[in-house]
Ligand binder design. Structure first.
Ligand SMILES: [Zn+2]
Length: 327
């Protein structure tokens, strides 16, 4: 919100933390661009007598990648306690590797009793997040944790900056929405969609680059980093809005890829599409490698494709535009 403050007219924050920047408020026709703000993490669930901390997932966190990771535990009293996910040494596993499942995964904060852990402020319900810095790979890939979906937040913010820089006046109210709670079931978008009741919603999230090792293109389709924004076909996506995106991409020579889903998109697009009486919704996805690890990876050209496609599409939406298939 701070980043776009000078580029918007009004702002609102809802009870659960979803943040909305508003441009050209008060118009009868309302358009949303959206990305989710939340990040997967862990909840402290149990502290053993000898001072080890056991966790449960908050969203789709991955037990497989936890061993030997560093983390920060955010406590009610404001303390941020450093911890590590420990793991038994290779020397002592005797050919039988322990499973990376919930009951084997634990955090060590250097304490030897529950009392000592609690004295540092750690409690059941405290949130633990992996510690992992951002970096560039080969001067074209950004690597880091929670690029799912901080990159989306960056994309919608840059669209706002571009509108402002080019002095574009929109014939409708634009809501720039950064929703909470996508990772646990698209709940923040559900809440804010009911409040805003938009006519159109263009959401952005990440999608799997399926060309890195161990993916199955026959099952998951083909999507490759560096080849552009991904447009999804599926029941929740309104086809006339999708066509507007495709035609805009063609006209402006923006690279796109296509993907299909059987039912829901699994993104906030679903929450907007099925809110109130049905909202014309579409999804622009950013290809990403290694989702829900600490080395999520996106290509800078794809980020730009997403920004340009969203920006140009907004300029093509008219006030009162009727997306119905027939009337
Ligand atoms: Zn996610």
């Amino acid at each position: 919100m701070d980043y776009i403050k000078s580029d918007i007219d009004e702002q609102l924050v809802d009870t659960y933390g979803t943040a909305v920047g508003i441009i050209n408020p008060g118009q009868p026709y309302k358009v949303v661009i959206e990305a989710h703000a939340d990040e997967i993490s862990w909840f402290v669930n149990y502290i053993s007598d000898d001072g080890y901390i056991y966790v449960i997932r908050n969203g789709g966190s991955d037990f497989q990648i936890a061993p030997s990771m560093r983390c920060n535990i955010y406590c009610e009293n404001g303390n941020i306690v450093k911890g590590i996910f420990g793991w038994p040494a290779i020397h002592v596993r005797e050919g039988k590797d322990p499973e990376t499942k919930q009951e084997n995964i634990f955090i060590d904060i250097g304490c030897s009793s529950r009392k000592e852990v609690e004295a540092m402020g750690v409690h059941v319900g405290a949130v633990a997040v992996f510690e992992a810095d951002c970096m560039w790979l080969n001067e074209k890939y950004v690597v880091g944790r929670a690029l799912d979906n901080r990159m989306g937040g960056y994309i919608i913010a840059e669209v706002v900056k571009k509108l402002k820089a080019n002095k574009k006046k929109l014939p409708y109210t634009l809501y720039v929405v950064n929703s909470v709670q996508e990772e646990i079931g698209l709940r923040g978008a559900e809440m804010i969609s009911r409040r805003l009741q938009p006519d159109v919603a263009i959401c952005t999230d990440v999608t799997h680059d399926t060309t890195s090792p161990l993916y199955n293109k026959k099952k998951q389709g083909e999507c490759k980093s560096g080849k552009g924004a991904v447009l999804t076909y599926g029941p929740a996506v309104q086809n006339n809005l999708l066509q507007l995106l495709i035609q805009t991409a063609k006209k402006k020579k923006i690279n796109i890829q296509r993907s299909a889903v059987s039912r829901s998109t699994g993104t906030d697009t679903d929450s907007f599409a099925y809110s109130s009486h049905g909202v014309a919704s579409a999804l622009i996805s950013l290809p990403l490698k290694y989702m829900h690890t600490t080395v999520e990876m996106v290509h800078e050209d794809d980020i730009q494709s997403c920004i340009d496609l969203m920006y140009e599409t907004l300029l093509n939406i008219k006030s009162g535009q009727d997306f119905r298939y027939f009337s």
